[in-house]
Write a protein that binds this ligand. Sequence first.
Ligand code: GAL
Length: 427
Amino acid sequence: MIQKIFRMKVWLVASVLVLALGVGTVAAQDLSGQLEIFSWWAGDEGPALEALIGLYTTANPGVEVINATVTGGSGVNARAVLKTRMLGGTPPDTFQVHAGEELTGTWVAAERMEDMTALFTEQGWLEAFPADLIAALTVDGAIYSVPVNIHRSNVMWSNPAKLTEWGITAPATWDEFLAACPTIQAAGVTPLVVGEAWTVNHLWESVAVGVLGAEGWNGIWTGATDPSGAELTAVWDKFGEILACSNVGSDSAGLSWQQAIDQVVAGTAAFNIMGDWAAGYMTTTLGLTPGEGFGYSPSPDTAGTFIWLSDSFGLPVGAPNRDNTVAWLSLLGSVEGQNAFNPLKGSIPARADAVAAAPDLYNTYLQSASEDWASNTLVGSLAHGAAANERFVGDFGTIMEIYLASSSSAAAASAMAAVCSTSGACG
Ligand code: GAL
C-alpha cells in the first residue's frame, strides 16, 4: 500500500514536471514572426545587445529578430527617428529608453506605452530590482519598462602607464586637475579630451554635481536650487576653467566618444570624463584590462556620489509582435539575460541578485562599480534621461551653445532659469 502511494506520488510529480517543462518549451518554440528591437547600440556598442539577441534566438528559433540600430552616441540620432515612428503610428516592437524622465515624461505621459506591472509581478521582479529604480519606471502605480543595466556617468578615465610617465596621478578634485594642467600641456598632451556636443553636456553634469554636491544637484529638479543663483553661476565658472584645459574649441566637435577615449589610450590626451560604456569599449572592443590598460576614478569632486542612468526596454502600444516582445522583455529582466549583457557592456546589472550569481563574469572595474552603486549617494543623470524631461534636455543644448559662444556664466545661468520655467522640469 505504502509503495503504491509512493509510486502514485512519483508519477504525479513527474507528470506535473513534464507538463510544466512542456508548456514552457512548446510556448517558446511556438513563437514565430518577427521582433524588431530599436536602439542606438550599433558598431562598437553592439556586442552586449548581440549576446542577448543570441540567447533569445536560441530560445525562440521561430522568431526573426530585426536588430534596428541608429548609430550615434547617447541616442542623439535614434531618438529623433523613434519620435517620427511613434508619432507616425509605426512603433518598433520594443525600444531602448532611459529609465526616469525620458520614459515617464515622454512616452508614458503621451500614453504610448503598455503597463508592464503584471510581468513584474509574474517574474518576481518587484523584489529583484531596487525599489528606487522601479520608482523611476513607475507612473501612478504602473511600471512601464524593463531595466537591463545601470551605467555610471561620473567616471574619469586615464592611462596608468602614461600618468606615471608624466609624473601625475588622477586628480581627486578639479582644483588638482587645474593645477596639473600646465604640466600636462608642457608634455604636448591635451589635459582633458572632450568629443561631440552631447559629450560636452555629459562633462557638465559631472562638474555640476562636483560643485553643487548631490543635494544641490537634486535641488535643481525639485526647485530648491535656483538655476540662475550663485551656486549655478559657480558651476559655469568652474566649467569654463576646465574647458580651457581641454580640446573644446579645437577638434572636439569631430570626435565620437570612442575617438575621445582612443586619445586617452594612445596617450595624446590625459583624461576623459565618460560613462562606463567606455569600460565596455576598452575591455570588449580594445581588449584592455581595467587598472592596467586603463585607469578609472570618480570624476573630480564626486567621490561617494554615483550619477546613475539605466537603459531599459518597453512595449509600445500597437507593437506589431506583442508576444515576441513579452518574451524579449522576460529575458532582459532575467539573471541569465543581465549576466549575458552587462559584462560586455561595461554596466552592472539592474537586478540586485545578478552579480552575486556569477561574480567571475565581472571584472575589477565592474565589481567596484557594483560596490559603489550599493554604497554611494545616488543622483540621476541629466545627459542620459534620468533627471529631467525631454524638453529640458533638448533645450540644455541651447544653454550650452549660449555659454560656449559667450563664455558668460551669467548668460548661461539666466538661460537655464528660462528653460526651467518653459520645460517645467525644475520643481
Ligand atoms: C547612453 C546609453 C549607454 C551608451 C551611451 C553611449 O545614453 O545609456 O548605454 O550607449 O549612451 O552611446
